[in-house]
Design a protein around this ligand. Structure first.
Ligand code: PLP
Ligand code: COI
Length: 341
């Protein structure tokens, strides 16, 4: 397979139109059989549920070229079940989980020429999503939906790749208690846009959101979960019912314990205890693990011992092990790697 002429090592996290995408429509209570198409446009009613009441959900995962030249993706079954959870919360029909995996596999295969080569630092980002497509004017769920999957080659989410970033404790909340923070709904991202534009304008790379109920506990950023390392090497992640259950974070906690022999803990993490940690990182499909050098809480600076130059030693080991599993350098736990080509 001849690859596209792309400067793989220098691409950022942006959209590049690839050749094929998958589309399936839900009408009269059933999903059609789905097709791959070259048409990258969507034509829907001006009154579609997604346009009026933001009835849209999505997923994000990546395809990797392994060291021995295979193309694989990472735990797509967990994306399938999380999309199903998101659908149920927004009163949308579930796209069958086995068909989700087939659609991902077919779409990646059809865009094989865009899967970045091993060692380039880039990957193929896969974006499955679903939205209400028929007219809705009273506030109620749509009755027709479209499920789509497109792909785009991407580089690092944060400019500078593995360079530690600076984070602001946001004055805005991301998710309400008992709201939609635990699902991947477009609405969660729409309401984070003003906060991220504000943070960028003030010179920060990202926001740390706090729990909206008490504003004392760490939740997550706009697109990744937090991971902390204590001074004695324990890996800690915030536990909350209003953060997205990150597949990367769940995988890293397993890797920390089973591959690296580290102690792990998922618990409430208070803003007041951040000084006690030695390392901090953001984890997610797009972020992989991005090291955090500094967190600023209204003038109070929390500077991690790992500094602003490179990842801390435990974060680095976690990064190397996770990416080693994803790129086939290390043996993966049963069921984690889905072979595509
Ligand atoms: N938190 C939010 C708000 C996200 O958008 C994402 C990205 O998907 C994550 C966390 C990380 O989740 P995952 O590791 O499943 O990509
Ligand atoms: C992902 O990591 O897949 C996401 O959806 C995060 C988004 C901010 C790009």
């Amino acid at each position: 397979m001849e690859k596209k002429n792309i400067d793989w090592s220098n691409i950022g996290f942006g959209y590049v139109k690839t050749d094929k995408r998958y589309v399936s429509n839900f009408k009269d209570g059933a999903w059609d059989q789905g097709v791959l198409t070259e048409d990258d446009t969507v034509v829907i009613s001006e009154c579609a549920g997604v346009l009026q009441y933001a009835q849209t959900i999505f997923e994000g995962l990546k395809a990797y070229t392994t060291e021995d030249g295979r193309i694989v993706c990472f735990r797509p079954d967990l994306n399938a079940s999380r999309l199903a959870d998101s659908a149920r919360r927004l009163e949308m029909p579930v796209f069958p989980e086995d068909r989700f995996i087939e659609a991902v596999v077919e779409t990646v295969k059809a865009n094989e020429a865009y899967v970045p080569p091993y060692g380039s630092g880039a990957t193929l980002y896969i974006r499955p999503y679903m939205f209400g497509s028929n007219p809705v004017i009273g506030v109620k769920p749509a009755s027709e939906y479209q499920f789509r999957v497109f792909t785009t080659p991407v580089g690092p989410y944060f400019k500078g790749g593995a360079k530690p970033i600076t984070i602001k404790v946001s004055d805005f909340d991301r998710a309400a208690p008992h709201g939609t923070g635990h699902i991947k709904a477009g609405l969660n991202y729409a309401m984070s846009l003003h906060a991220i534009v504000t943070a960028h304008a003030e010179g920060y790379d990202e926001n740390m959101y706090l729990d909206a109920g008490t504003r004392t506990k760490v939740e997550e950023t706009g697109g990744a979960n937090f991971l902390f390392v204590t001074k004695d090497g324990k890996v800690v992640t915030p536990k909350s019912s209003s953060i997205l259950p990150s597949i990367t974070r769940r995988s890293l906690m397993y890797v920390a314990k089973e591959y690296l022999g580290l102690e792990t803990e998922e618990r409430e993490v208070f803003l007041s205890e951040l000084d006690d940690f030695a390392e901090c990182g953001l984890c997610g499909t797009a972020a992989v693990i991005s090291p955090v050098g500094k967190i600023v809480d209204h003038g109070r600076e929390i500077c991690f011992a790992s500094g602003m130059e490179k990842m801390g030693p435990v974060t680095q080991k976690l990064y190397d092990t996770l990416t080693g599993i994803q790129m086939g350098r290390l043996e993966a736990p049963e069921g984690w790697i889905k072979e595509i080509v």
